[in-house]
Design a protein around this ligand. Sequence first.
Ligand SMILES: Nc1nc2c(ncn2[C@@H]2O[C@H](COP(=O)(O)OP(=O)(O)O)[C@@H](O)[C@H]2O)c(=O)[nH]1
Ligand SMILES: [Mg+2]
Length: 323
Amino acid sequence: MFNFFKRNETGTNQPEDDKPKSFWNFSFENLKKTISNTTQNLVNNVVSNVEEEEVFDDFILDDMEDLLIKADLGVNLASSITDKLRKQTKVKPSQIKEFLKEEFTKIINTAGNSELNYKDDSLNIYFITGVNGAGKTTLIAKLANNFRLSGKKVLLAAGDTFRAAAEEQLDIWAKRAQVDIVRKDGIDAAAVVFDAIKKAQNENYDVLIIDTAGRLHNKHNLMEELNKIKSVIDKLAPDSLRESMLVLDANTGQNGLSQAKLFTQAVNLTSVGLTKLDGSAKGGIIIAIAKEFNLPVKLIGVGEKLEDLKLFNSDDFIKALFE
Ligand SMILES: Nc1nc2c(ncn2[C@@H]2O[C@H](COP(=O)(O)OP(=O)(O)O)[C@@H](O)[C@H]2O)c(=O)[nH]1
Ligand SMILES: [Mg+2]
């Protein structure tokens, strides 16, 4: 587990400006604000539509199902939740908020621990995948910056060798985050990753974060490339892979589910990094992904700057949704 993020925000006497802008520099109030559109869609709209009713009749439940689908829970999950209400008499419409809270909590908790895996005194590899524009490179830069601020020695691997400007973009971010990079323009991604792992092992890096392409000539090629990179990691550093993370843009909503399916088939995903949650009304996708793929969200992107990354905490998320 990545232990330093538990540092207490209030436990330091440093003046505001001197504090490193990092993971823990994000209050519960910030989280509430960030997900307020999601809260409106996923909880408030449903609650205000239901809680004044006498009973859960078909009309109310069909309406509720529509609202949950619109809130990006997906058809399967939305209907399984309303079916549960249809088949029971104990829960009254006035208790809808508590009911939803319990349901969402159960689903998120069964998807596993939301803490980012990290082992002290060893190399920690983060393999970052996702479609073009999802926010991989930005998330990598933010993650690198956080590790660096925590005193870790960090290396990036420029494994998106398909898009012309991708290596340059990662290079710029590496400089901003003040971390090292392995960049070998013109050779294939698996070879870049090979060199990066060797360097990380020989020079005792704590963290290696691997950037990857989000698009090749076709889906099949992309999945093959990711698979090849995964094989290189498995061969050179079988005990160092901490996360195979799918980066998803929160605004893609249900499309995120089909992306998760595709990437899960190619590489064994362990977690999701959900970007662009700032302003998004589609954060309900966190629950849909937990339910359909058993994948925990571990990082959330809340803006475009280096400090705009937050470790996802399921308890805080539920609290922010329902308080
Ligand atoms: N608002 C917002 N924008 C983001 C976030 N993460 C990434 N972006 C933007 O999304 C765009 C694509 O990001 P990039 O990292 O290049 O995606 P990649 O193709 O997956 O590597 C860029 O314009 C980023 O600034 C986020 O958390 N919030
Ligand atoms: Mg990129």
